[in-house]
Design a protein around this ligand. Structure first.
Ligand SMILES: C[S@@+](CC[C@H](N)C(=O)[O-])C[C@H]1O[C@@H](n2cnc3c(N)ncnc32)[C@H](O)[C@@H]1O
Length: 222
């Protein structure tokens, strides 16, 4: 499938798939979207409800590693340990990694961003002393982990292009993967997605969305 780079509203790049008219991130700002949906509504919220020195995060769709890199910066700032697992069936290429400008815009260490991408698949690697990364080359439907994660960043392509990833079957897998009190956040806000989450047992909140989007969802395993 053809892939292009697109500059988003906050100056950060994303990858655009013209065949699907779909992006890896919001056109209104890749970094701003990630900070709002995953860091503010996900990580900040989880830690304020469950103060912890060490947590486990699962990302559904590792992609460019933007969410992982923002989370690494948070682990440093908050001085907590984060064990991060990223699932991805179709990794981006080394040349694509080099074109993305996240580390520069975030005034982060580009060597750490590169180290995340260089780390081998299926092995845990300490990227810093407080951020370990395990990248798993796996289809989301193949995940079998149970009671393993505090927080899930659910960042699949939209239901318009991959409806099979927004079903009860997939959210049941996510529900099983979370620990009790675990939280799943996603940029999506569709009623059918919310109902699929509720059917498998999640308590779901509709929250203010990132720039350019009215709402998003947060699901908790109570
Ligand atoms: C919206 S993008 C993720 C963006 C990513 N979180 C980031 O910050 O760059 C969705 C990702 O899911 C991956 N993907 C699509 N279908 C998948 C599947 N069935 N199993 C695993 N990965 C899949 C894509 O390759 C893509 O990287």
């Amino acid at each position: 499938m053809k892939r292009e780079f697109l500059k988003t509203g906050d100056g950060s790049y994303t990858i655009h798939l013209p065949d699907w008219n779909e992006q890896y991130h919001s056109k209104h700002g890749a970094i701003n979207e990630a900070l709002h949906v995953f860091i503010k509504m996900g990580l900040d919220h989880f830690l304020s409800e469950n103060p912890s020195e060490e947590i486990s995060i699962l990302e559904i769709g590792f992609g460019t590693g933007l969410n992982a890199f923002l989370t690494l910066l948070q682990a440093q700032e908050r001085k907590i340990k984060i064990n991060y697992t990223g699932l991805e069936a179709y990794p981006i290429s080394a040349s694509e990694v080099q074109k993305l400008n996240y580390a520069g815009l975030l005034q982060g260490d580009i060597a750490l961003y590169q180290a995340m991408h260089d780390s081998s698949w299926e092995h845990s690697k300490d990227i810093t002393s407080n951020f370990s990364l395990t990248k798993r080359k796996l289809f989301f439907s193949e995940l079998e982990d149970e009671n393993a994660y505090d927080l899930i960043y659910f960042d699949a392509f939209g239901a318009r292009v991959q409806p099979e990833l927004w079903t009860e079957e997939i959210f049941e897998i996510m529900y099983q993967a979370l620990k009790q009190k675990g939280v799943l956040v996603t940029y999506a806000a569709k009623g059918s997605v919310r109902r699929a989450m509720q059917t498998v047992g999640f308590t779901v909140e509709r929250l203010q969305g990132p720039p350019g989007k009215r709402e998003m969802l947060r699901a908790t395993k109570l």
